[in-house]
Design a protein around this ligand. Sequence first.
Ligand code: SF4
Length: 274
Amino acid sequence: MNGLKVNLHITERCNYKCKYCFAHFDGQRDLSLEQWKKIIDNVKLSGMVSAINFAGGEPMLYKNFSNLLSYAKSSGFELSLISNGSLLLNEKIAPDEMFADLSMLGISIDSFDEKILIALGCCDGSHKTLSEEKLIAVVNRAEKINPSIKIKINTVVSRLNVGEKLIGLERKISIDRWKFLKIKPFDNKIFSNKNLLIGNEEFSEFLERNRRNDGDSIPEQTTERSYIIIDNRGNLLDNFGDSYEIVGNLLEESFGAVFGRYNFDSELYQSRYA
Ligand code: SF4
């Protein structure tokens, strides 16, 4: 299969502690810039991948993020980023060139109710959350630097925000895609989000309440085996069930060889990215 998008979870570090977070890998140190460049070369050589999404943790906390992004750009990939948004107004951490290199900027928004966000752990160590005003400022900055950038919002629907009504935000900023993701069960024996899980009916009610009239809003029940995830050590992971298994490491083997052993669900993948 060609034209794939891979998700590089370049760091596990995050300034938030979201209780639903599934980005808990092995807690080991992040790879160096040179190692990530090798992985990008490996992926490029396969000829199977056209797009890279940078994720984490919070990718802005990866020390050499800007350099890595421009390397991936010069390698010819279409680039996107998913961030909690908290550091995107900081010009040292998020320089203008970074926005210029991105085709899509994704920001996670689960609520604008501070109490809900703090209860969810979607805040930094001083309980600072991403306010609606700050989100608008981030989007304005990104669009000023790169007028063709697309904006995506990801909302994870869990026990704590299932009663939310977020719709209306699209009248304040342009949102090209809005994904509503049903919380993914995660349990690696150290971390579990079981008490935040919701049922299909509750998810449907949430979607009904947050239905957009004027744009894409995409419900997502599962990403199992249709989200190509590479962890902060360069392992391609099989994200099946409520945990992960390592399929292979991209510093040791070619992307094609590792991907060939992955039980990829191409049908679900195509429906997710359609
Ligand atoms: S912002 Fe993202 S990476 Fe950080 S804790 Fe929340 S879900 Fe996890």
